[in-house]
Design a protein around this ligand. Structure first.
Ligand code: GLU
Length: 474
């Protein structure tokens, strides 16, 4: 059997370190086995997916050096590798399930489902109650002729145990009664993740599904679908989730999670991969610093350990120092600095903001250094303001940190809108309201325009700087 693995991110935000972590293990396993590694974009959730995010995922995985054999940008025999271009395929498969009675149309209104959920609050059994499974043919015909909107749901056994074979955990037993009658096709006739994922893994001949352990509870639905279609399921390997140093699930509120952040902070791609490799795995000789090809050489799924791996930026920083000192010649180091700080694309974003504000190039250092810095080394005094008391500043930092999370798209217009609303709510003139934010983000109240600068720095870095500033005024 040819080993074929894939990473299947959903393009719904900044490229996540968790995606790189999953990609890395899929990559190593495929390369070690002489098989293929694929990239598939799972963008069936039209409301949440966006092309910018897809491009950023491709760019950052390329930056890391995890090259795929088949994918949206390189093609392959089993494409297209972007789910929104495969909707006909899913429709045919959903029809097949309907015809064979493995799935059913559900006409329940959002109100009925909300009622159901509130009734179920106290009960052990939650999820869809099968109401539309029990419609009489006459009731069904009536709903059909009235053109009532429907979703397609998966039929699930009423009782018994589903055994999920996991390469790392052995057999996991899940009671069918805890498995929901999953929606497979939504009202807008787009498939959900579960249907599209199974159909694609089969059609793309994926032999091993290596993914995060948050998907274990979905595995019974997937296995059911494989059985209904008469297909052999792939082998499953659920990777332990990355954690914050306090052991909670890695979250951007505590730790930057975007690959773009680590890129902007000047981590080497080699280090990030090396560190992600250390998350659930170790070299047989215990060496912590190793390049990707050494990991491939030594790779063995059975060496994956299940303890919750902690993603600690301090350790990552230490490892990056080792990489810089031990692996790069001076020539290479200079090359890295050049492509990082003087990166043409990045520079071209900054130039329109600084060109208007300098008379000689040497003024660039002071004006633009915050674009190429990590920590700004500020102190509480930097936030003393003639007009805005420190308690108010503290409150506004807190408010903006919360509102940041609700922003869908990270661009200057959305950022501006957010600040205008919060300033209004605080009844402070926008100019005064923004001053401490200039300090927090750019290190000085006399800087390039705030909203543009924040867009360029990226959400994760802004979040980190605002959190640092809040700590200083707190
Ligand atoms: N699209 C899913 C995700 O974003 C893929 C999960 C899987 O690998 O099955 O994580």
């Amino acid at each position: 059997m040819t080993v074929r693995t894939r990473v299947a991110p959903s393009p719904t935000g900044d490229p996540h370190v968790g995606t790189a972590y999953t990609a890395l293990f899929n990559y190593c396993f495929a390369r070690k086995s002489g098989g293929q590694f694929l990239l598939r974009i799972e963008d069936t959730d039209q409301a949440r997916s966006n092309p910018r995010s897809m491009q950023a995922i491709l760019d950052s995985l390329h930056w890391l050096g995890l090259e795929w054999d088949e994918g949206p940008d390189v093609g392959g025999d089993y494409g297209p590798y972007q789910q929104s271009l495969r909707t006909d395929i899913y429709r045919q498969h959903a029809d097949q399930l309907l015809e064979q009675g493995h799935a059913f149309r559900c006409y329940c209104t959002p109100e009925r489902l909300a009622d159901l959920r509130s009734q179920q609050k106290a009960s052990v059994r939650t999820g869809y109650d099968g109401h539309c499974l029990n419609l009489s043919p006459a009731e069904r015909a009536e709903l059909e002729s009235a053109g009532t909107a429907f979703v397609i749901r998966l039929r699930v056994p009423d009782e018994g145990i589903c055994r999920v074979e996991d390469l790392l955990r052995g057999g996991i037993e899940i009671d069918w009664r805890s498995v929901d009658m999953q929606i497979l096709v939504k009202q807008d006739s787009m498939p959900t993740y579960h249907l599209a994922n199974v159909v694609d893994d089969h059609l793309m001949r994926i032999s091993h599904v290596i993914r995060g352990e948050e998907w274990i509870s979905s595995a019974p639905k997937h296995i059911l679908l494989y059985n209904y279609f008469g297909w052999t399921p792939p082998s499953f390997c659920h990777m332990p989730l990355l954690r914050n140093p306090d052991k909670s699930k890695l979250s951007k509120r505590r730790n930057p999670t975007s690959i773009l952040y680590y890129q902007r902070m000047g981590f080497l791609p080699e280090t990030l991969l090396n560190y992600l490799g250390l998350m659930a795995w170790s070299m047989p000789d215990g060496e912590e610093k190793f390049p990707l090809d050494a990991m491939v050489d030594q790779f063995d799924l059975t060496r994956i350990s299940l303890g919750g791996p902690v993603f600690d930026t301090k350790k990552l920083t230490w490892l990056n120092g080792r990489w810089i000192r031990e692996a790069l010649t001076d020539e290479q180091f200079a090359g890295r600095v050049e492509s990082w700080a003087l990166n043409r694309d990045y520079l071209m974003k900054i130039v329109p903001l600084v060109k208007e504000r300098v008379s000689v190039l040497s003024e660039l250092g002071t004006l633009a250094s915050f674009f190429v810095s990590g920590d700004l080394n500020l102190t509480a005094e930097d936030f003393q303001d003639r007009k805005v008391p420190i308690e108010v500043i503290r409150k506004s930092f807190k408010r903006v940190l919360e509102e940041l999370e609700t922003l869908g798209d990270w661009n200057k217009d959305a950022i501006a809108e957010m600040f205008k609303k919060s300033a209004e709510a605080s009844e402070i003139k926008l100019r005064d309201y923004l001053r401490p934010f200039y300090v927090a983000v750019a290190g000085s109240s006399k800087s390039t325009p705030l909203f543009d600068s924040m867009e360029i720095l990226g959400k994760d870095l802004c979040r980190v700087r605002l959190r640092d500033a809040l700590r200083l005024v707190g």
